[in-house]
Write a protein that binds this ligand. Structure first.
Ligand code: PDD
Length: 283
């Protein structure tokens, strides 16, 4: 069965979906996106994703061209059309300011482009999940609005590539000496039994998985501090993990080649990983 995509209210075979060469998403990265997890046809925390989409749209002054309920229904329909109802899948949803003659200022009558793709989640290498992954630290060269899920991801792309070329799984951004997050994931650290993560301000993307992990930590009575920590402090973490829609909770066992704690995934990480998996499998 061929792949179907959603474009501006219509479901189309992948090869028949066309965009203008002057779509502002293409020319200016003038757009926003979401990545939503589906388990056996059910969206995980759809309301949170739609809320974040609305906030991102408002931040870039982009009126969403369709009601959120329509987007929600279309995302589920796209999963079904692609035969992914029995799988672990994601919907990638992107909204741009649409096609217009190239001019920096907004077009007088924007016609936003809405695109959705549905994909099966490629399971992460078992060894990585069991043994944990390596990360490197890199300067955070992103803009000052990291809370907006904008499609302009060049610093993230370059950081991720640098990590892979260094034999690591992710790059952790450091801004003004403080650890923010990873190129495509949030970061948590354990210091003296307390779980730390950067506050949800303009310097990180407020991840939906991050939010759920904080809820689970409260439920499991793990003490939490939403506070930034320095890159020097990072070396003293006894546990470290990444969170994101497809990676869920992923243990980190080395930073710039140095082991984190015992060099193995820690107990708080494992409890939260297990709790998140249960939460995501639950309808
Ligand atoms: N990335 N921080 C950044 C910079 C991200 O790009 C992501 C997700 C996250 C985690 O957010 P969430 O828990 O809502 O997935 C944090 C997505 C998956 C991507 O760009 O593909």
């Amino acid at each position: 069965m061929g792949e179907w995509v959603y474009l501006n209210g219509t479901f189309l075979p992948y090869d028949e979906a066309c965009l203008s060469v002057e779509d502002r998403g293409f020319l200016f990265a003038d757009g926003i996106y979401e990545v939503i997890a589906f388990q056996r046809g059910w969206a995980f925390r759809m309301a949170d994703h739609l809320e974040r989409l609305e906030r991102s749209a408002a931040a870039i002054r982009l009126p969403l061209p369709r009601p959120l309920e329509d987007l929600e229904a279309a995302a589920s329909a796209l999963i079904a059309r692609n035969g992914l109802e029995a799988d672990e899948a994601i919907v990638y949803l992107q909204v741009t300011r649409g096609p217009a003659r190239r001019e920096h200022a907004f077009p007088p009558r924007p016609e936003p482009t809405v695109l959705m793709l549905a994909r099966r989640v490629q399971p992460l290498d078992r060894a990585k999940r069991e043994q944990g992954v390596a990360v490197i630290t890199v300067p955070d060269t992103r803009w000052h609005w990291c809370h907006v899920k904008a499609i302009g991801l060049l610093p993230n792309v370059l950081a991720k590539q640098q990590a892979l070329e260094a034999g690591a799984h992710e790059a952790v951004f450091v801004r003004d000496g403080r650890v923010t997050e990873a190129s495509a994931a949030n970061l948590f650290a354990v210091f003296n039994g307390v779980l730390w993560t950067h506050p949800a301000d303009q310097w990180i993307l407020p991840g939906i998985t991050r939010k759920v992990v904080l809820e689970l930590a409260a439920r499991l009575e793990v003490p939490v501090r939403e506070e930034a920590f320095s890159v020097e402090h990072l070396a003293e973490a006894t546990e470290l993990f990444l969170t994101g829609t497809t990676i869920r909770v992923l243990p980190v066992v080395t930073v710039d080649g140095r082991p984190v704690g015992s060099g193995r995934p820690g107990p708080i990480t494992r409890r939260l990983e297990e709790a998140l998996n249960q939460e995501m499998e639950r309808r």
